[in-house]
Design a protein around this ligand. Structure first.
Ligand code: COS
Length: 377
């Protein structure tokens, strides 16, 4: 059940996305343009840092509210939705683990939508096995010197503030620390921009650190807790990725039903064929199950009972559902579904990476199974 505030926010956002985002999606998807002006407008409407405290420019709203917003944006654009999702995760890290100076320095520009935040954990040799990352941060007078590179960084190149996980100690999770690194820092450059199947409007880029100096002031808390900071952040990120998947699924079902009711074959709307009705009914049922899981994971977080298992379940279920529903939508539209004349082929391409980012769905199952063992064994 959505609150009155959530319904109001959703209606306002719906008008915005249909007027300002939706009309650009087909052409921007093929040209791969990210429009900062759209992001800034989303910021002016209060959506780019809504869960942050008001003293840093946020609106002190809940993760449940954030999920409603991301679901609505994802109905038109998964790319703008994921940009907000990741930037909000970065802000949450600084808010939770940063000191007052770091919060005042970095948060207001992100909450307002003037700037974007990005999260840099993955490396070419450290994807699912994130604790094996190789980027080093060597202690020097007054700070650290970073060397290494990060792969597949969402908003790489357009973000100004990066949370970078690097090794200050020995092998494994306990040797990792988290740093705030700004765009433009000496020794920090961008590598190749990935050409991707989907998420074409959201830039994905490699980050390169060559003797990049980061001041002591930009270490988050202390050495050795960087992996825990990253994992705790992903517990929130996985919920919001789930909410994106819910939006994409909703939209795919909408398109499939609209088309199937209009399209006639064998003298009747194809919607009247039971084979299609079953596909749509199954997707709609999976959608509601996904929505409930996302809402429950968000509620637990809002109540201060954050549960990695529920976040993983929400992400797993909602993103698998998005893949299924978008694939079925293409099938229901048939030949035209495979063309860019209708948006469902884009939705199908955008759905795939939801099963991979912020922990593959195989990793989500590992998180769930490990939690169950702890709880039940
Ligand atoms: N919150 C806080 N701390 C956590 C945590 C969480 N959700 N999950 C693990 N930790 C802590 C553990 O408690 C452990 O610390 P202690 O030894 O002090 O208890 C430490 O982190 C290491 O945990 P673990 O032994 O479980 O680490 P593993 O190397 O086995 O990795 C997985 C665990 C596989 C779950 C992790 O590497 C992962 O999530 N991989 C996917 C990475 C990912 O999502 N990448 C996407 C990047 S953004 S697109």
């Amino acid at each position: 059940m959505h609150s009155e505030l959530q319904i109001e926010i959703r209606e306002q956002l719906k008008r915005f996305r249909l007027n300002k985002i939706e009309p650009l999606m087909e052409s921007d998807d093929s040209s791969g343009i990210f429009r900062m002006e759209i992001y800034k407008e989303l910021g002016e409407l209060g959506f780019t840092g809504m869960t942050l405290p008001e003293e840093y420019g946020g609106a002190s709203l809940t993760y449940q509210d954030l999920c409603v917003v991301l679901t609505e944006i994802a109905k038109s654009s998964i790319s703008y939705a994921v940009t907000i999702s990741v930037s909000t995760m970065v802000q949450a890290i600084i808010n939770q683990f940063g000191n007052e100076k770091q919060k005042n320095k970095y948060l207001p520009a992100m909450t307002s939508g003037e700037e974007i935040g990005a999260f840099a954990l993955t490396e070419s040799g450290a994807g699912s096995d994130a604790a094996s990352l190789q980027t080093t941060a060597k202690k020097v007078d007054g700070g650290y010197v970073l060397n290494g590179s990060k792969m597949f960084i969402t908003s790489g190149g357009i973000a100004k503030t990066y949370i970078v996980m690097a090794r200050t100690g020995g092998a494994g999770a306990k040797g990792i620390s988290s740093f705030i690194v700004r765009d433009g820092a000496k020794g920090f450059s961008y590598g190749k921009a990935e050409k991707k199947m989907g998420w074409k409007i959201s830039p994905t880029r490699e980050l390169i650190f060559e003797n990049c100096f980061v001041s002591d002031d930009d270490l988050l808390q202390q050495e050795g807790i960087g992996f825990k900071i990253a994992m705790a952040a992903l517990d929130k990120g996985r919920i919001t990725i789930g909410s994106l998947a819910v939006g994409l699924t909703e939209r795919a079902i909408e398109e499939a039903v609209k088309y199937a009711v209009d399209r006639k074959q064998f003298g009747q709307p194809i919607y009247d064929f039971q084979a299609l009705q079953f596909m749509i009914a199954d997707c709609a049922t999976e959608l509601e199950a996904s929505r409930l899981l996302v809402e429950r994971a968000a509620l637990l977080y809002d109540l201060g009972k954050s549960d990695p298992k529920m976040a993983a379940m929400a992400k797993l279920k909602a993103t698998d559902t998005a893949m299924r529903a978008t694939t079925d939508a293409v099938q229901i539209l048939g030949g035209v579904g495979y063309t860019a004349e209708y948006p469902v082929e884009r939705f199908m391409r955008d759905a795939k990476v939801l099963q991979i980012v912020e922990g593959t769905n195989q990793i989500q199952r590992i998180v769930i199974a490990r939690s169950l063992k702890k709880e039940l064994a």
